[in-house]
Design a protein around this ligand. Structure first.
Ligand SMILES: [Zn+2]
Length: 463
């Protein structure tokens, strides 16, 4: 958990602005802001996928020691952005727009390059008298393209003040550098460098059909004809070869599509069209998509039938096993679902999304102690996410441990950017923990941290 905030003005132009610890803290504050202003898709398989491809690129970047966190924003608009501390968000709309994995990778590599080349801090340095909480709030608002009052008072004030002193229009030089550095990263990571100019061109063209609304991505990263041709010339240096997509890319896009198309008829039509023309693997993945839509429609028998066949044909594909288990859950067959997860976890013990889905299934099946055990063991070597905190809160509450239930709920709210709700939960936890000295002390300390943060923010608002 983060310490109380004592951060310098960003406008400090002495050069090195942050210690690594401060940068991490700034990044986490930014992420909480993003969560309070937009919906992050916390589906374990979707977040694992974006994290996997992102970390692969990051490991091949100019600064492999820089830490990164990748996440998907549930938003049909075309956008991707790099915040402080290596926090990189990509909208589901952009993932669906990428027809090849290398296209998605090219945007991520470009954003990674903005981070490793410190472009964000260069533009931040131009601004004066901005404290880190203000900057985090404002960056969230600017990069997400939101003007919502939820952005918070500090963000709005800062936005007005920032109109003259602060902009995230990367300069033309920044963009060129991010393209060329990003392309090196792309190639070192075994993705197609040519996907970068072709995807930027596609983005620019899509803009024509969308009417007056410029995709947010093009607002913060202006794509011009000359930039595309420069990038294309740069890509020509690399030898031609085949860059097959991973199955995970196609599966995740299918899942996103099944999730985002609200009209199940339209989704069904889309997947049936793929069945008529795709390769065998594409057809099988379209069948998976159809099954996901059928689960939504409560046609669980049909979904189970399709998914059982897919699991038999692709026993190594954990996404299919998980979908089959979800179909069993939707049909109320919890024991079958739990058995599937148990088998799968024996086979793939390191698979994080299977573990999280299994924990959720245990909760639904009325076995909160199993959920508690699975997640507590997992947290010994991994970081909590809002989703994990929420599951633990529910598990503890069901187990009759109110104090821990409120404590985890507080962490859930805190990471969702809702400090006041978090403070309320901690106060409830403190009441429930009466008589437990150790737990009370821990809760009290955390309460102090959050109240200090809240106090600092209120002062910020006044300024
Ligand atoms: Zn850019």
């Amino acid at each position: 958990m983060s310490d109380s905030i004592q951060l310098p003005d960003i406008g400090d132009s002495t050069g090195t602005l942050f210690t690594p610890e401060q940068e991490r803290e700034f990044g986490e504050m930014f992420l909480r802001q993003v969560r309070s202003q937009a919906t992050i898709d916390d589906d374990p398989e979707i977040s694992d996928y974006i994290q996997t491809i992102g970390q692969k690129l990051a490991a091949n970047s100019d600064n492999p020691r820089q830490s990164f966190n990748f996440f998907v924003v549930a938003d049909p608009n075309i956008n991707a952005f790099a915040g402080p501390g290596g926090q990189i968000g990509v909208n589901s709309g952009l993932i669906l727009m990428a027809d090849e994995e290398s296209e998605l990778a090219s945007v991520l590599a470009h954003e990674i390059a903005h981070v490793t080349q410190r472009h964000l801090y260069q533009s931040l340095e131009a601004s004066k008298r901005l404290s880190i909480p203000s900057a985090a709030a404002m960056l969230g608002a600017i990069l997400l393209g939101t003007k919502s009052p939820q952005a918070g008072q500090a963000a709005l004030v800062a936005l007005q003040a920032g109109a003259t002193q602060f902009q995230i229009n990367f300069t033309r030089d920044n963009e060129q550098e991010a393209d060329s550095v990003g392309m090196q990263t792309l190639s070192r990571s075994e993705f197609d460098p040519r996907a970068m100019p072709s995807f930027f061109e596609k983005l620019q063209q899509s803009n024509r059909y969308e009417g007056r609304n410029l995709p947010e991505f093009l607002r913060t990263h202006p794509v011009t004809v000359s930039r595309i041709s420069e990038t294309r010339a740069r890509a020509e240096v690399f030898p031609y070869k085949q860059y097959p997509d991973t199955a995970a890319f196609q599966i995740i896009r299918t899942k996103l599509r099944a999730h985002t198309i609200n009209d199940t008829g339209e989704a069904t039509q889309y997947f049936k069209a793929v069945l008529k023309q795709g390769t065998e693997q594409q057809q099988d993945i379209a069948r998976y998509g159809l099954a996901l839509v059928q689960i939504k429609q409560n046609k669980t028998a049909e979904a189970r039938d399709t998914l059982t066949k897919l699991v038999r044909k692709y026993p190594e594909q954990s996404h299919f096993i998980n979908a089959l288990a979800q179909a069993e859950i939707a049909a109320g067959r919890y024991n079958e679902a739990l058995a599937l997860f148990d088998q799968a976890l024996t086979r793939f013990p390191e698979n994080r999304s299977l573990l999280l889905e299994a924990s959720q299934a245990q909760l639904l099946a009325g076995k909160p102690e199993r959920t508690r055990k699975l997640l507590t063991d997992y947290l010994r070597h991994a970081k909590a996410t809002p989703e994990i905190n929420q599951m633990l809160a529910e598990a503890y509450t069901k187990l009759g441990n109110e104090a821990e239930g409120h404590r985890y709920m507080a962490e859930y709210y805190y990471h969702a950017g809702h400090n006041r709700a978090a403070i309320l939960q901690l106060k409830l936890a403190l009441q429930a923990a009466k008589g437990n000295f150790y737990l009370s002390t821990m809760i009290d300390q955390r309460l102090g941290e959050l109240m200090e943060e809240e106090r600092a923010k209120r002062e910020e608002d006044r300024y």
